[in-house]
Design a protein around this ligand. Structure first.
Ligand code: CP
Length: 335
């Protein structure tokens, strides 16, 4: 594997290899010296054409923990505003020495284009493209869920898949690259996924995806999910009214105070709440739910650094991505 563009074409073996490597990276993050020399002398460029907090910062932290040099590029304030193309921008950054390009772009398919033309030879990592995919978000979600699932089963998470886990993904599926990447990855790992949304916020062809679809959140919660993943309503991608009012949306598809308070009586004692962020509190999730002991939101962010370290390490260090019986030997940096 030279690039990470999508979870749709990721095998279970490669996904587990990334998650297991992320467990190793997580152990490094709890050491006194958090740095590894693995990517010393290599350069990672964060090429962001859309706003980001979590993804850009955690890729930067991940690259730095592996001792790589990092160049952060934001389209805002760059020569993109003068009309410079993606090709010319990417080639300029490669001329400066990029060994890997982490790209977020508003156009679905932009990372694929960068990886499959001869524009650049650097490894390409998709950090979110339009409404298409966000593979490292799905990997960090799977990592978080796998830890929870393994803890419930009383076993180590390394090497484990998600067979038997039930995940309900709720909200603006239509515009969500996170939902798409999670459907492909979680089902590859053996989980059962149910999507819940108003009919207007489901994409055409969703009936052919490898998951169940429901319009009714309360009904979906009766299936006793292990995780409820709430999605942000992506108002910036909406050019029309997709639901009658924000109050109606919260009441029917939000995890508000009342629905959150009912989780215990529904027998969902061990069910976790996930959200990729940024959260719109009061719309898709209430503060009571977001700040509760069930919430994994900040754990997801922390796990994102470990997962992105694993992805950069596997793509850039020359380590084999196909499964190997032994975990990578990660030495502490002397610096
Ligand atoms: N989850 C996520 O992609 O967040 P950011 O947009 O802040 O990177």
């Amino acid at each position: 594997m030279k690039h990470l563009l999508s979870t749709r074409d990721l095998s279970a073996a490669d996904a587990i290899r990334i998650l297991d490597t992320a467990e190793e990276m997580s152990a490094v993050s709890s050491r006194e010296v958090k740095k590894l020399p693995a990517l010393r002398g290599r350069t990672v460029v964060n090429l962001f054409f859309e706003d980001s907090t979590r993804t850009r910062i955690s890729f930067e932290a991940a690259a730095k923990r592996l001792s790589a040099d990092v160049i952060n590029f934001a389209a805002k304030g760059s020569s993109v505003s003068k009309g410079e193309s993606l090709k010319d921008t990417a080639q300029t950054l490669e001329a400066i020495g990029a060994d890997a390009v982490v790209i977020r772009h508003y156009a679905s398919g932009a990372p694929h284009r960068l990886a499959t033309t001869d524009w650049i030879s650097a490894a390409v990592v998709n950090a979110g493209d339009g409404t298409h995919e966000h593979p490292t978000q799905a990997l960090l979600d799977a990592f978080t869920l796998r830890r929870h699932w393994s803890r419930l089963a009383g076993r180590a998470s390394s090497g484990a898949d998600l067979a038997g886990a039930r995940v309900v993904i709720v909200g603006d599926i239509l515009h969500s690259r996170v939902a798409r990447s999670n459907v492909w990855l979680l089902t590859t790992l053996g989980a059962h996924v149910t999507l819940v949304a108003p009919p207007t916020l489901l994409p055409i062809g969703v009936e052919h995806w490898p998951c169940d679809v429901s319009f009714d959140l309360d009904e979906a919660l009766e299936s006793k999910p292990d995780a409820i993943m709430m999605l942000r309503v992506q108002a910036e991608r909406m050019n029309a009214s997709y639901f009658p009012s924000t109050g109606e949306y919260s009441r029917r598809w939000g995890l508000g105070d009342e629905r959150f308070a009912r989780l215990d009586e529904l027998g969902l004692k061990d069910t976790i709440i996930m959200h990729p962020g940024p959260m719109v509190r009061g719309l898709e999730i209430s503060s009571a739910a977001a700040d509760s002991a069930r919430s994994q939101v900040l754990k997801q962010v922390a796990n994102g650094v470990s997962v992105r370290m694993a992805v950069l390490y596997l793509l850039m260090s020359g380590a084999p991505v196909s499964p190997s019986p032994s975990a990578p030997q990660l030495k502490e940096s002397s610096s």
